[in-house]
Structures are given as C-alpha cells and as structure tokens.
Design a protein around this ligand. Structure first.
Ligand code: PA5
Length: 530
C-alpha cells in the first residue's frame, strides 16, 4: 500500500546529526532525472556561491542578497557588514534583557509585559509564524499584531490588549514608507495618547537608515531604533532584527534559532547535488510543476505549531517566484501557488478534493516525530492515552500516513519533510531550507527571486485611488449641489474609470463622508457632501 521500498531509499535524504530527512516521494524522480539536475546544478551552485560572496544578485534593485550572512556573519563580504550584524544581535539581546528585567520601562515607569508588533508582509509574517510556533507558558511578553490598514481590525486588537500602559510597540518597515504600517503606527500612537501616555516612550523602530520611519523615530526620540539593511529582503528577513527582536522579547532562544538556520545553511551550501537537501527539494518543485509552476504546492504540516508556516511560505515562494519576466527580459509568467494549513484539521476540509478531485497540486507533508515541542512545559497530554496504548499523537501520525498513502494510491503527488522535534533550532532549519530552495529554483527557471515589482505596482495604484478619492470629495464640496456619477466622472476627466468612481462614491457614502439621494436605481443616484 505504500511506496516501493527500493525507490523510497533511493529518494531519501537523511542528516545523521539532526535526523532531519526529506522523502522525495512519488513526484517522478529517478536516476535519469537526478543526473539531468546534477548537470543543471553546476550553474546553480556557481550562482549561489557568487550571491553568498556578495555579488549584486538582486540586479534590478542593484543590491546584494545577504540573508545567509545573518546567521554566519563571518561569511559577509566585508568586515563592516560582519560587525554590524554581530553588534545588532548583541543589541537585540541586551534590549530584550533590559525590557524583561525592568531596566527599560514604559512612560509611566511600569515593566513592559505586552508587545504590539506593527508591520506587514515580510515585516510581519515571519514574526507571526515564530510567535505562534514557539509560544508557551514561559513567554516573557504577550504578543499582538497590526498587519493591515483595516481600522476595525486594529480596534479589535486594541480591545484585546490588556493594558496599553505596559505595551511596547515595535514598528517594523524596511523601507519605512509602507502606508499600512504607517497607519498602524499612527493608530497605536493615537490609542496611547488617548490613554494619556507618552507614546514615544513605548515605540521602537526597525528600519533602514534615513527612511521616513527612521527620521520620525529619531526626531521624536523613541526608545530605540534597530537597523534593517538593503542587502536583506523583506521576505528573507526572519533571521534579521525583523524576526529576532520580537522573538527575543517574547523570550525565545534566538541563538538556538540562528544556529538551526546556520546548520541548514551548512547542509545546503554543499556543492554536491545529491547530498544537498535544498537542491533536492528544488528539483522536486521543478519536476512536479514542469518548471512552470503547473502544480500548486500544498503545505501540510501535521502540527498545530506549524499552522502559520504555509502562510509564511506563501509569501516567501509566491513573492519570490511569481514573476512576469525572466532574467533576460523574456515574458515567462512564472510562479508556484502555495496554500495549506495543518493536518489533520484540513482532512475535514479541502483534502477531499486532493484525494478524489482535480490533479493540480503536489503536497509537501511536514512531519514532526516527537509529539512534545521543546518549548512546551510538559508532555502530560502527549502521553495521555485516548484508547488502550494509543495516544492523541498516534492519531495525528496515523492521519498523516493515511493521507499520504491515500494520495499515493490515487496517483497524487507528494513529498515529506521530517524533523525530529519542534524547537527554535528546527524552525531555523526549516526557514533556511526554504529560503535556499527558493534561491536554487529561481536560478533553475532563470528569474530574479529578490525583487517584487508587482508589490510596488500595487502600492502606486493605491496612491492613485486615494488621490482620486480626495478629488471627488473636494469636487462635491465645491459644487454644493447633488452630482450624478456621470457628472463627477466627466468633471474629473475620469470617464474611462466609471467603475472606480462608482466604488469610491459607495465607500465614501458607507463611511458617512458623503450622502446619496436614495434613488432606487443605484447608478442614477446623486451624491453630495454631508
Ligand atoms: O518581502 C517584501 O519585500 C515585502 O513583502 C515587504 O516585506 C512588505 O511590502 C513590507 O515592506 P516594508 O518592510 O518596507 O514596510
């Protein structure tokens, strides 16, 4: 009922030291395929070597790509970068210790016990993943997030924060100009002011030197500013201050986390194709989707603590690989779609389709051998028998194996990554594994994984909409009499954008900024300023 044993052994990577393994599964890897990729990897390894030694690998943005140096600073291309990374890690630990020990206190002299992280995308997804994966009774601070510009979402979070007086706000934005994060910062500032608190004594910034956020933090004399560097991309910043500072504040062992990432780097830096787990995994991605992302990647960890890993990977993979042009300027429309949550929960949701329906995916199972996470306070419930000689974790394992076998029998593709236990070290390993796999795959398909023109385009488009919203409001103010949709579009020379004008008017009306005349025919309504 399971995979052929000889093929299983041939397609199995195992690291003795950590007992980390990858079963390349039934994706269609055989000796010939491996031989072919071994050849392809001569160039891939060369590119990665150049990147790690400081070449301008993100050439569109004229930047080096240095996330691997963050966990092995001795590899940085110069002493200045090396020392900067080392000093920053020291500063993070010192700052977190000072917060925990009460040397750094809030505006009213109270110890901080709550952390509000304000960021988005690469400046939030990694911290959210880690916070959820490693949380325990021993957490030093309770952690909340603002990761959107939804005012109701932020209010909902504020309502849950036990006490703003003891809340430290860490504002993270590499560019220091992201509007969602700026808005979150302003809303946190307002909430603190409304509680008669000096917000500047609650705020910490993580950003690039000279950014708007950096300037604000300095001019308002915030508690501290930590650096981001242009050689670290947002979605590969989890081992920079972006990930380390909130992790240290929550009380996690960041040395262990960095050591896990560095250890995986040492495995994936090997220029030996069949002994390099990231090279093997990138071959799986390539073969599964024909190098064109034809199959979606379903990430299925059988572990609650890894629930947000798929969300984190969705950004890492889709923002890195989802590109219109290749490195030679050809239109290639590349990418791999990623989704998933956790097993066995998902077996009661979309896995029905995976088993019996459309064959447009490959599953990456993530198995954690030990039921107890290293950070958990006890294994009491892991040992509790729900039936004679059967505990709940046996069921979790049974459901993972059952699904894997059922998919195989149904001719559906999957592979499995196995870690021995869930700990800061193994999470560091997993993050580093996928970062390197993305890098290798990007070279295989000849795209730049380190820029994000689509994200920038979205930001510019939003700015235009806000500009038009202001124009509509001032037109209604100026006109003084009710105006139809057509009138407004005509007067603002937006006849080509009637649908956008319509949506803006409905948005303004629903939020009490303008009123309509209630005409039954929605497109015939007239609007005026309230
Ligand atoms: O990975 C990326 O580059 C993006 O997702 C960014 O992290 C995101 O847009 C937030 O940018 P910033 O950190 O500059 O606010």
């Amino acid at each position: 009922m399971s995979q052929n044993w000889i093929e299983f052994k041939e397609n199995f990577y195992f690291d003795n030291k950590t007992e980390f393994s990858i079963d390349l599964g039934n994706i269609g890897i055989n000796k010939e395929v491996k031989k072919d990729f071994e050849k392809k990897f001569e160039k891939v390894f060369k590119d990665m070597q150049a990147l790690e030694s400081g070449s301008i690998a993100n050439y569109d943005e004229n930047r080096m790509v240095g996330h691997y140096w963050l966990r092995t600073p001795s590899l940085a291309p110069n002493n200045e970068i090396k020392e900067c990374i080392e000093k920053t890690i020291k500063d993070i630990k010192e700052f977190a210790n000072n917060v925990h020990s009460g040397k750094i206190v809030s505006s009213t002299g109270k110890n901080f016990d709550t952390l509000l992280l304000i960021g988005i995308g690469g400046s939030a997804l990694g911290p959210q993943f880690l916070s959820n994966a490693l949380t325990s009774k021993n957490d030093k601070m309770q952690v909340f997030f603002f990761d959107n510009t939804d005012p109701d979402g932020m209010q909902k979070t504020l309502d849950k924060i036990p006490n703003l007086e003891t809340t430290l706000c860490v504002v993270i934005s590499k560019s220091g100009g992201t509007k969602e994060t700026r808005n979150g910062m302003l809303i946190a500032e307002k909430a603190l002011k409304d509680s008669n608190l000096d917000y500047t004594k609650h705020f910490v910034a993580v950003t690039c030197e000279g950014s708007n956020l950096d300037k604000t933090a300095h001019s308002e004399n915030w508690l501290q500013t930590f650096p981001m560097w242009d050689f670290v991309g947002g979605r590969t910043s989890e081992t920079s201050v972006v990930g380390l500072l909130p992790a240290a504040l929550q009380g996690f062992n960041i040395d262990e986390f960095l050591a896990g990432a560095a250890y995986m780097d040492s495995l994936t830096r090997k220029n030996e194709f069949s002994n390099n787990p990231a090279a093997l995994l990138s071959m799986v991605w390539y073969v599964a989707g024909d190098g064109k992302g034809k199959k979606d990647m379903v990430i299925l960890p059988y572990k609650d603590r890894l629930e947000l890993f798929s969300k984190y990977l969705q950004q890492l993979i889709m923002e890195s690989l989802g590109k219109k042009e290749d490195r030679d300027g050809n239109f290639v429309y590349q990418g791999i779609s990623v989704y998933g949550n956790k097993g066995s929960t998902d077996q009661h949701a979309y896995i029905q389709q995976l088993r019996d329906g459309l064959d447009n995916f490959f599953v990456t199972f993530i198995e954690v051998l030990s039921a107890k996470a290293s950070v958990a306070s006890t294994d009491k419930m892991c040992k509790f028998q729900v039936e004679d000689n059967v505990d709940s974790g046996d069921y979790l394992f049974g459901f993972y194996q059952g699904t894997q076998i059922a998919l195989t029998e149904g001719g559906k593709k999957s592979c499995t990554i196995t870690i021995k236990e869930l700990s800061p070290f193994t999470i560091g390993m997993l993050i580093a594994l996928f970062e390197r796999t993305v890098g290798f795959y990007a070279t295989l398909i000849n795209i730049n994984a380190y820029h994000q023109p689509g994200v920038e385009a979205g930001k510019k488009a939003a700015a235009k909409i806000l500009d038009l919203k202001l124009k509509i409001e001032s037109l209604l103010e100026k006109e003084g009499t009710p105006q139809s949709l057509e009138d407004i579009a005509f007067k603002l020379d937006e006849n080509q954008n009637m649908a956008v004008v319509y949506r803006i008017l409905r948005h303004l009306e629903a939020n009490g900024k303008i009123k309509d005349d209630g005409e039954v025919q929605i497109f015939d309504r007239k609007y005026s300023k309230k």
